[in-house]
Design a protein around this ligand. Structure first.
Ligand code: SAM
Length: 241
């Protein structure tokens, strides 16, 4: 069954893609294609940092909310197969054309906010970057965390960035914004309490969980996107047995 909220979000992202596709993907690095590509290289390094090295002739990677494949393009030489899913058909279509010279990368549209096109225990590494921060529902994000756990190979890693709540005022502001704007725009996302986030990741079946609250600022993140100081990075490992 297609969730009305997911269809609404897809329509908004399609509209954004038609307006200015580079801008709505990387709001601080969209003015030239070169800048956009370099921001992908920079962010891809950040996403892979500290993880065990992948084997480029064996390992596979999957991005949730891939846009046109800005990050997958930058990771092309690190993996044998690269997959991206996105709810926006405009993003996927543009991306397939943009990545014509990258035959290992496959972009797929997801219409129901899941990863049902992938088998269980198939993927070496799953990640998501600047996507969950735009999803206005804890349940929908949780669905992706559970799906990532399902499709990962035993011992595989899931790393994602989302946003966290630092005070009660912020919590109220965010819940109000989600209530008022969650269905109208495609930018207002759900902010997590750290304890709830950890509990949710564990409830999805991950036993090893590491959560880092990163205080990013423009000087150490030249292409920094999202709201400074509110990024939280979660790394979870599927049990090896
Ligand atoms: C800001 S862009 C980032 C794209 C990519 N992660 C990058 O960094 O280049 C956010 C992307 O998430 C996608 N998206 C938003 N909600 C989604 C959902 N529920 N499921 C899958 N993709 C989603 C949008 O269509 C858009 O392409």
């Amino acid at each position: 069954m297609v969730d009305g909220r997911v269809r609404g979000m897809a329509a908004k992202w399609d509209e954004a893609a038609r307006k200015n596709i580079f801008y709505y993907i990387a709001t601080t690095a969209w003015k030239s294609e070169e800048e956009f590509i370099n921001s992908g290289i920079y962010d891809a390094e950040k996403i892979l940092s500290g993880l065990p090295p992948f084997n480029p002739s064996v390992d596979s990677v999957l991005e949730i909310g891939c846009g046109i494949g800005r990050l997958l393009r930058a990771m092309n030489d690190r993996f044998a197969a690269l997959y991206g899913v996105d709810i926006s058909s405009e993003m996927i279509e543009y991306g397939r054309d943009w990545l014509r010279g990258y035959p290992k990368v496959q972009l797929v549209e997801t219409t129901i906010n899941d990863l049902s096109m992938f088998k269980a225990n198939q993927i070496s590494f799953v990640y998501s970057y600047i996507t969950f921060q735009h999803i206005p529902s804890r349940n929908l994000i949780t669905k992706y965390i559970a799906e990532a756990q399902r499709v990962l190979k035993p011992g595989g890693y899931f790393r994602f960035q989302t946003l966290w709540i630092r005070s009660s005022i912020e919590l109220l502001k965010n819940r109000l914004a989600v209530f008022l704007n969650g269905r109208k725009d495609c930018f207002t996302g759900y902010f997590w309490r750290i304890a709830t986030l950890e509990k949710t990741i564990r409830a999805c079946g991950f036993k090893e969980v590491d959560i880092q609250m990163k205080l990013e600022c423009k000087s150490d993140a030249p292409y920094g996107v999202g709201q400074p100081e509110s990024h939280v990075w979660c790394t979870a490992r599927k049990s090896p047995d």
